[in-house]
Design a protein around this ligand. Sequence first.
Ligand code: 13P
Length: 249
Amino acid sequence: MMRTKLVAGNWKMHGSLAANLGLLHAVREGAGGGAEVALCVPYPYLAQAQAVLNGSHVAWGAQDVSEHEQGAWTGEVSAAMLADFACSYVLVGHSERRSFFGDTDAVVAAKFVAAQKAGLVPILCVGESLAEREAGITGDVVTRQIDAVLAKGGIAGFARAIVAYEPVWAIGTGRTASPEQAQEVHALIRSRFAREDADVAGGLRILYGGSVKAGNAAELFGRPDIDGGLIGGASLVADDFLAICAAAA
Ligand code: 13P
């Protein structure tokens, strides 16, 4: 099945109104056809992203969402609020949320479902730590993370979702999974979904994230089950990010 590649930037907690402006305009002007492009920005900059990117090839989204619909949840941001700013995407289960903010598999599953209920496309992030890889349990970890979401949302939800494989040991470390290592896990992820529904599995886009750079993107994106990338550090530099987008086109 043909799957259009997606390159999504994750700015993490970087930016300022002044600094964002040039970056947003450069991505807007430089992102051509071929691959889909999106930027996941900090909440306060969603309005700015919407203002600059509206009507362009570039979509925008958030980096997290509340599992709750509304109410007394101080500091939280609901999926409906993200939809108000015309977000297309929202990350759920990024390893930094899982490691530092207590997002359990169950919380991630609830966020996934909340996002879809508001019409957003969740990008479900999964991946193993270095210790888990060295213990030989990468497949078990990734499968457990996926199964929690399948149990809550069912396979049908993955007809309008994206999965991102981000090995924790490759995030922000300059240490990329080799194309072979990434492809192996991507294939395992797709086969997990194929056990539920072959059509959904065949159409599912599985992104790779973890130290993707202009120099390694084409080789990664050339593997059969790697459908694009989730880009951290390199999404903060327009030329680097656009080179990665070009490698996916
Ligand atoms: P880096 O590209 O900076 O390694 O970050 C990857 C990531 O966590 C994207 O969500």
